[in-house]
Ligand binder design. Structure first.
Ligand code: NI
Length: 143
């Protein structure tokens, strides 16, 4: 099977803090350091959404990247850009907004719409800083 993986990147910026309400301030400080800063901090995130499939004979496309871009903008950039991830985003309510947890939620939100456009979500890579990123494959082993 000539499966091909295609990826679209979009960017957004957002604020958050990492803080476990069940812990003391000291423990939060010890585990999360500056990320627990009470008055928030921000990141320029980039999200890389990978879809897999076999190129369609009529188009040569696995999926139209314009459709993928629009899905990411609608389901990720629109709700998250310039927001506070702890306070402003309904689907992140009650979730500690680590990069890992955000990636999991974004998978659950985008998998359906991507499928409706003929693609199969294969991977979400969420880049928080130049040096830190997470990759999520829908809870499965990658390959
Ligand atoms: Ni952070």
């Amino acid at each position: 099977m000539k499966t091909v993986y295609i990826t679209r990147r979009e960017t957004f910026n957002a604020a958050h803090k990492l803080y476990n309400e069940n812990w003391s301030e000291e423990k939060n400080e010890e585990v999360f350091g500056k990320c627990a800063n009470a008055n928030w901090h921000g990141h320029n995130f980039s999200i890389w959404v990978t879809v897999k499939g076999i190129p369609h004979p009529d188009t040569g496309f696995v999926m139209n990247l314009k459709d993928l871009s629009e899905i990411i903008k609608q389901y990720v950039v629109e709700p998250l850009d310039h927001r506070n991830l702890n306070l402003d985003v309904p689907f992140l309510k009650g979730i500690l907004p680590s990069t890992e947890n955000i990636a999991i939620e974004l998978w659950d939100i985008m998998a359906g719409p991507i499928q409706e456009k003929g693609g199969e979500l294969a991977k979400i890579k969420l880049v928080e800083t130049e040096n830190n990123f997470v990759e999520y494959y829908g809870g499965k082993e990658p390959f």
